[in-house]
Design a protein around this ligand. Structure first.
Ligand SMILES: [Zn+2]
Length: 264
């Protein structure tokens, strides 16, 4: 069964090769720009603004038994619609995926396997696509629950999410997954201070790129396995007012932004 599966995978890869080399192999300015993976926050304006990208697709590539809870993806759509202007909608595209990877993931592994499995370019005509992979295995630092590795690619490690659940199920693995999912997408939105400097003093001084407010989903402990011991009570799942103010300031141009792959 396993052998048959890998044969199928090889065959698909071979069939895709000519198309891939056409897409990625040639070197001209347009391709180089489209191929630039950017940094987390590099497609913030492409999400906030609707003049080019009118629709956002979240591609979810999950390994068997690692499909995220419906509560995570439903909540994700709500949070994105709250801040990004997407008149043609925000959609989830679920793809069962076999990554064929070992037990341990580095950021580069996430980039390589993520890009090898993307269904489309992050920017394609009027559609912006962000990708979240849910693989088996853990990050090289297994206290990390999720990572955003470039402008369009995230990994969330379900085994570590399960381990982060508290005793007696508070928080539950589902609640941890809800928060980590929103948190990592918050990084693709540039939070906190990844591609701008906030007028508000809400970046944690010891955890760059994160909020110092434990009521924000961007709080630094959210992506850590010990999250249950840092937060008593319910985990945050929402951007706080400072986060929202940053995003609206970026959207209306009152806060300047760097490292964008696309600007209106
Ligand atoms: Zn984070």
């Amino acid at each position: 069964m396993k052998r048959k599966h890998s044969f199928g995978f090889t065959l698909v890869a071979l069939l895709l090769l000519p198309a891939l080399s056409g897409c990625f192999g040639s070197s001209n300015i347009v391709n180089d720009l489209l191929d630039n993976p950017g940094i987390p926050g590099g497609l913030t304006l492409a999400c906030l603004d609707s003049s080019q990208y009118t629709k956002l697709v979240i591609e979810i590539d999950y390994e068997t038994d690692y499909k995220p809870e419906a509560s995570s993806t439903d909540m994700l759509i709500e949070r994105i619609e709250q801040v990004c202007d997407k008149p043609n909608g925000v959609e989830i595209d679920f793809n069962p995926t076999t990554f064929g990877h070992g037990d341990t993931w580095t950021a580069q592994d996430v980039r390589d396997k993520g890009w090898a499995n993307k269904d489309s370019e992050p920017r394609d005509s009027s559609v912006l696509t962000w990708q979240i992979i849910f693989p088996s295995g853990t990050y090289s630092d297994d206290s990390v629950l999720g990572v955003a590795v470039d402008a369009s690619t995230i990994a969330i490690f379900g085994d570590s999410v399960d381990d982060a659940a508290g005793f007696f199920g508070r928080p539950s693995a589902e609640e941890v997954e809800n928060s980590v999912t929103i948190h990592e997408v918050g990084h693709l939105l540039g939070l906190v201070n990844l591609v701008y400097t906030s007028p508000a003093d809400h970046e944690d001084s010891e955890h760059k790129g994160h909020s110092n407010n434990e009521d924000s989903v961007m709080y630094w402990a959210i992506e850590s396995r010990s999250v249950g011991s840092f937060i008593s009570g319910d985990l945050p799942t929402e951007f706080d007012q400072d986060d929202l103010n940053d995003l609206s300031g970026l959207a209306d141009g009152s806060i300047s932004i760097t490292d964008q792959l696309w600007q209106p």
